[in-house]
Design a protein around this ligand. Structure first.
Ligand SMILES: [Zn+2]
Length: 255
């Protein structure tokens, strides 16, 4: 099983990171992809390791960090993202939940991340909160046939999911799909498993039955089980397909 979105370097894991990773390995997690929230995330990622799990690093500036005044240049982001040990660009995206004041800065940053992703031919990781129309519009404008990426923590309708897939995006399926009143399970049931991958977004958004607790990568098994239920497929098939989708997208060979 692969957790394609986990902030493993977050301070919430500082005290028991070894146990967290041991539980993930025991649950069958073989790879964890770690999106950055800013460049300070990268040295923290470098301190992490586990003998049975491959940890992968991404570089980028989170939209809520843009609200806090964090900036980057295309040259600087490109410098990071063209390194061999950086497998993706992000996380970037749009977040209109907290404030409308930073829309244009966030959009500028999203476009910059897309340009770099196309140059380095690595996937861009897209955060989306109350911003679906603008997000899909920008991806449409940036898509030149070579942009690939994940709509992380997919929370859209069937129609929005289809539009995203048509634009060349994959859907990151996480804890929100397991929430009873979120309706995301209804759309996920009607969208193709061939465009999906599993994620936790740990330490945030723990899936049922762990909702409200600190999330961790071992909980990705609850997301996998719920996805198997709504798609009416065997758990083994869900895991095999989402693993394959993730490894292909990131260009990582399984070991
Ligand atoms: Zn995230």
């Amino acid at each position: 099983m692969i957790d394609t979105h986990c902030h493993l370097y977050a301070e919430q894991f500082e005290k028991d990171i070894h146990q967290v990773l041991d539980r993930a390995a025991k649950a069958g997690v073989s790879h964890i992809f770690m999106p950055a929230i800013n460049y300070d995330s990268l040295p923290k990622m470098d301190r992490l390791s586990h003998p049975d799990i491959e940890l992968h690093k991404l570089a980028g500036i989170h939209p809520t960090d843009i609200n806090e005044g964090t900036t980057t240049t295309e040259e600087e982001l490109l410098d990071y993202c063209q390194q061999d040990d950086i497998v993706g660009v992000g996380e970037t995206g749009l977040d209109y939940y907290w404030s409308d004041d930073y829309k244009s800065e966030q959009q500028k940053s999203l476009r910059l991340h897309c340009r770099v992703a196309k140059q380095v031919q690595k996937p861009v990781i897209l955060h989306n909160r109350e911003s679906t129309e603008d997000l899909l519009q920008i991806i449409k404008e940036e898509q030149n046939g070579s942009l690939k990426g994940i709509w992380h923590c997919f929370n859209g309708s069937v129609e929005e999911g289809k539009r995203a897939i048509d634009l060349g995006l994959e859907l990151g399926i996480g804890g929100v799909m397991t929430f009873k009143n979120a309706d995301v399970d209804d759309s996920v049931a009607q969208l193709p498993i061939d465009n999906m991958m599993l994620e936790t977004d740990a330490p945030y958004l723990a899936p049922e039955p762990k909702r409200g607790k600190r999330n961790e990568p071992s909980f990705v098994k609850h997301v996998a089980q719920r996805l198997a239920d709504v798609q009416e497929l065997d758990l083994d098939e869900i895991i095999a397909t989402t693993d394959k989708n993730a490894l292909e997208l990131f260009g990582v060979t399984s070991s």
